[in-house]
Design a protein around this ligand. Structure first.
Ligand code: ATP
Ligand code: MG
Length: 418
């Protein structure tokens, strides 16, 4: 048989409730913060990501699923959610509408990576985007939204690290300092970092190679180079978060893997996500829209990796219980009772009650066994006598008690008990 492509995962019906739980928690948290859902295409013109995500990033350099469509246009499966939202925001002229614009998305994303635990080729993200607000309150609200989402999932051991990478003015100075620091060590750097040294020195701090990490530990810190405005902004974000009771540590090592960030950057990190410690990352990207050829509109956002969240939830024992089975299973002894069971089930479904009947022509004993496996709350066996009396013996599988219920009372009976 043909097998699933490397780095992809099926979600079977027995596991889907876990995804529903994360998605519902995401939507509910978004509702409280008044962020509304946006849906953009799974693929975009390659140029959008090349320009938006940035051509010195791992994503654009080596991870994109890019191909020519039959019309010879280069398109790319979205490797992340932010660029598509930025395009939609600009394309629909939303900068001229009601601001701030606050949107969230639940999407799959695609990156050609070496698959491992918590690192897939198709993965899923919950993300949020806030456009139009330049002040620190927007950063604080976005971070608090992310924090509330993780807390609403029941997570406790996820630590928030935040940093500021300044604006293009103060970062230029910092880049000079970084290059000065790394210059005598160029031959100790990995190949990627030698390119980063030229194109985007700060990215060297995000390298996962041991040698580079060791060097990065002693490198100058951006926080020491922030201009007055960037420093005031960062301090205000910290103050608001502190006052709101959102715990965090300032971590000068956080620089993020995408080119569009400025000022605030943050990551929520957990030991339980294994080597892939970051479950959620984000920051401010005031220059993204301009970079894409649109108006200049300040923005801040985050994205969480849902597969990593599941890993951490499992480790922290906060996975929810599986969904309950159907309210009722109607077994049939013979052909007329099966037919009656079928019709009763239809009537129950029409009023919203989950119900099952035998589709496998099983014996009564086997039907019972099946009903038990599905977790049906009530089971009734229909036979000649039940049909004659127009009533069924409803067995409550939880308490093992039974009660005789008229067919026309079934819906009421079940509705009052589930
Ligand atoms: P990493 O440093 O782990 O590669 P990243 O900086 O590339 O992460 P982002 O682009 O910020 O990640 O994406 C946001 C979140 O999406 C990450 O924090 C992570 O939880 C998740 N994520 C990123 N890439 C993958 C992947 N290949 N598989 C599963 N989840 C991922
Ligand atoms: Mg990555």
């Amino acid at each position: 048989m043909i097998q699933i492509p490397k780095g992809c995962k099926d979600v079977l019906p027995s596991q889907a409730y876990l995804w529903h739980h994360i998605e519902e928690t995401a939507r509910e948290t978004a509702r409280r913060y008044a962020f509304y859902e946006i849906r953009t295409p799974v693929f975009e013109h390659t140029e959008l990501f090349a320009r938006g995500v940035g051509d010195t990033t791992d994503i654009v350099n080596k991870e994109m699923y890019t191909f020519l469509d039959k019309g010879g246009r280069s398109v790319t499966l979205r490797p992340e959610g932010t660029a598509g939202v930025a395009r939609a925001f600009s394309e629909h002229g939303l900068a001229g509408g009601v601001l701030p614009f606050k949107a969230y998305y639940l999407v799959s994303a695609f990156r050609y990576e070496r698959p491992q635990a918590g690192r897939l080729r198709e993965f899923h993200q919950f993300g949020a985007e806030l456009y139009g607000a330049a002040g620190a309150a927007a950063d604080a609200e976005t971070i608090s939204f992310a924090d509330a989402f993780l807390k609403n999932l029941g997570l406790k051991d996820v630590a928030l690290h935040i940093n500021s990478i300044g604006c293009k003015h103060c970062r230029a100075q910092y880049h000079r300092a970084l290059k000065e620091y790394f210059a005598p060590h160029l031959d100790e750097l990995c190949e990627d970092c030698r390119t980063r040294y030229e194109k985007n020195p700060m990215r060297m701090l995000d390298c996962k190679a041991e040698g580079c990490k060791r060097l990065a530990a002693g490198a100058p810190e951006m926080l020491d180079y922030l201009c007055e405005d960037c420093r005031a902004h960062f301090e205000q974000v910290n103050r608001l978060l502190g006052d709101a009771g959102v715990a965090f540590t300032v971590d000068p090592g956080i620089v993020r893997g995408l080119d569009y960030y400025s000022r605030t950057v943050f990551e929520f990190v957990s030991d339980a996500a294994g080597a892939q410690g970051t479950v959620l990352g984000g920051g401010r990207y005031d220059t993204l829209l301009e970079q894409l050829g649109g108006k200049s509109v300040p923005a801040v956002g985050f994205a969480a990796g849902m597969e990593r969240l599941l890993m951490v939830m499992e480790a922290e024992h906060c996975l929810p219980a599986a969904d309950a089975g159907p309210a009722c299973y109607l077994a049939g002894m013979d052909a007329p009772s099966r037919q009656k069971a079928f019709l009763l089930a239809e009537a129950l479904r029409r009023v919203g009650i989950a119900c099952e009947v035998d589709l496998m022509e099983r014996s009564i004993k086997a039907q019972f066994k099946y009903a038990d496996k599905t977790g049906a709350r009530f089971v009734a066996v229909l036979g000649e006598r039940e049909l004659a009396e127009g009533a069924a013996e409803m067995k409550d599988m939880k308490t093992s008690c039974s009660e005789r219920v008229k067919f026309e009372e079934l819906a009421n009976y079940l509705q009052g008990r589930i």
